[in-house]
Design a protein around this ligand. Structure first.
Ligand code: GKR
Ligand code: MG
Length: 429
């Protein structure tokens, strides 16, 4: 068996996204993703997926060229390559973008997101070569299915007039009744049992009313509200007081560890985050201050599946919960999330997934949710198959784009409907 990497292919694509609202604006009609393929000397190909904005591509291209000749099983070596690139390149070093929905975007975190796409592709190739599923390479699954929550969004019926986009059949959701109707569709279509509402869009009282309506329509089901840090400490405490009896947790009510610690000190409602604990370096302060009770790993920016396991072990050590965050993603990432989640012993909350919002994929067969869960595949590798025609179609869309959609920019998308819109300052309420 020859596990030497002989080829690496990077395919940037644009995938359809519905007009989902968040505190920064609205999703663009198409979102960039990057599909990674690594091929071994024996002709085994592994696939990975990560964020696809230009700043990720600029890191992925030189990274890819450094992998030729390395072993597909040398997963630790991926980080050595990344560290070397950090030393060699000052191009993006120190670049920070405070206030994104994925926490502070440092150059290191961008690099880790790139590494994760390659790590998943290498694990997929290694698993295929050895005839083992990815979960077995990670130590073995502890459950046969991984539970996901319905990810509810305030949403327009369609993208603004004149914007080229795909149609969706979810309808609008801009008030409590619309949110409940959307939740009903989610349960009918996928059987989800817990619900997360993306907040920070309307004044908190309206979002409180929406969560109350969900609690009435789905009594006893776990509920979460995530305004992406849009609230002040006092607003967060008010929401916690009003919804404490129905919330499983409140996700990133206020921005940053200091504000989260203040909220945490004033409520018994557990706080979850994918914004203030997004790197290993951020753990110590957040845990020492008891700022969060649940960390949501995004395996992309945490640097892959094995780093996610390490995060879970640290959380376990400190008695902090762990679950998984998601952004717009396709089936390769859902498969990767499912494999790693199946190996985490302390997974006590359903994971997040945007997947139901994605009508397009690069797989020949989409992954499915049954009773709100994805079955853990025992097929070699990730257990998914790339459909080259679909990949080519979505890549063609990326090639044909004039550049305006190659960076995800929810504020720019909002300006089409509301000229003059700027991402509101924090706290918004
Ligand atoms: O897609 C969105 O609008 C989400 O708000 C996403 O950008 C966040 O990263 C995320 O899902 C979250 O839980 O914060
Ligand atoms: Mg969140």
């Amino acid at each position: 068996m020859n596990l030497t990497i002989t080829d690496v292919r990077l395919t940037p694509i644009l995938v359809a996204d519905p007009p989902l609202l968040n505190t920064q604006g609205v999703h663009q009609p198409y979102t960039p993703r990057l599909i990674v393929e690594v091929e071994t000397a024996d002709g085994v190909t592994g696939v990975g997926e990560t964020y696809g904005d230009t700043k990720y591509l600029e890191l992925a291209r030189p990274f890819a060229s450094k992998l030729i000749g390395r072993q597909v099983g040398d997963l630790n070596g991926l980080f050595t390559v990344a560290d070397q690139m950090a030393v060699d390149s000052s191009r993006v070093s120190g670049q920070v973008d405070v206030g994104g929905l994925r926490g502070v975007q440092t150059a290191d975190k961008l690099r880790l997101s790139v590494v994760s796409g390659f790590e998943v592709a290498c694990l997929d190739a290694l698993g295929k070569a050895l005839g083992l599923p990815v979960h077995a390479l990670l130590g073995g699954k502890l459950r046969d299915a991984v539970e996901y929550s319905a990810y509810l969004f305030y949403k327009w019926a369609s993208h603004p007039e004149g914007v080229v986009s795909e149609k969706d059949d979810w309808g609008a959701a801009v008030d409590p009744a619309g949110v409940v109707e959307q939740a009903r569709l989610f349960t009918e279509r996928y059987g989800f049992k817990s619900f997360k509402l993306k907040g920070g869009v309307f004044p908190p009282d309206e979002e409180i009313a929406a969560v109350r309506a969900l609690a009435e329509a789905f009594p006893g089901h776990p509920l979460r509200l995530d305004p992406n840090g849009a609230w002040s400490v006092s607003t967060s405490l008010k929401v916690a007081a009003e919804l404490g009896d129905v919330l499983e947790y409140l996700e990133d009510p206020a921005l940053g560890t200091a504000a989260m610690a203040e909220v945490s000190a004033g409520t018994d409602v557990p706080l979850a985050t994918n914004m203030c604990v997004t790197t290993f370096a951020e753990i110590k302060e957040a845990f020492a201050r008891d700022a969060v009770q649940v960390v949501l790993s995004d395996h992309h920016y945490w640097g892959g599946l094995r780093n996610t396991q390490q995060l879970a072990a640290i959380c376990r050590t400190f008695g902090v919960g762990v679950s998984m965050h998601s952004n717009t993603h396709l089936g390769i990432s859902l498969a990767a999330m499912t494999h790693v989640a199946s190996t985490v012993p302390n997974l006590h909350h359903a994971c997040d997934s945007h997947y139901p919002w994605q009508s397009e994929d690069v797989l020949s067969e989409r992954l499915t949710f049954e009773d709100g869960a994805v079955k853990v595949s025992d097929a070699p590798g990730l257990g998914v198959e790339l459909d080259r025609e679909k990949l080519e179609f979505l890549h063609r869309r990326w090639l044909d784009d004039d550049g305006s959609l190659r960076e995800r920019d929810d504020a720019a998308a909002m300006r089409v409907a509301e000229p003059g819109w700027v991402t509101p300052g924090v706290p918004r309420w």
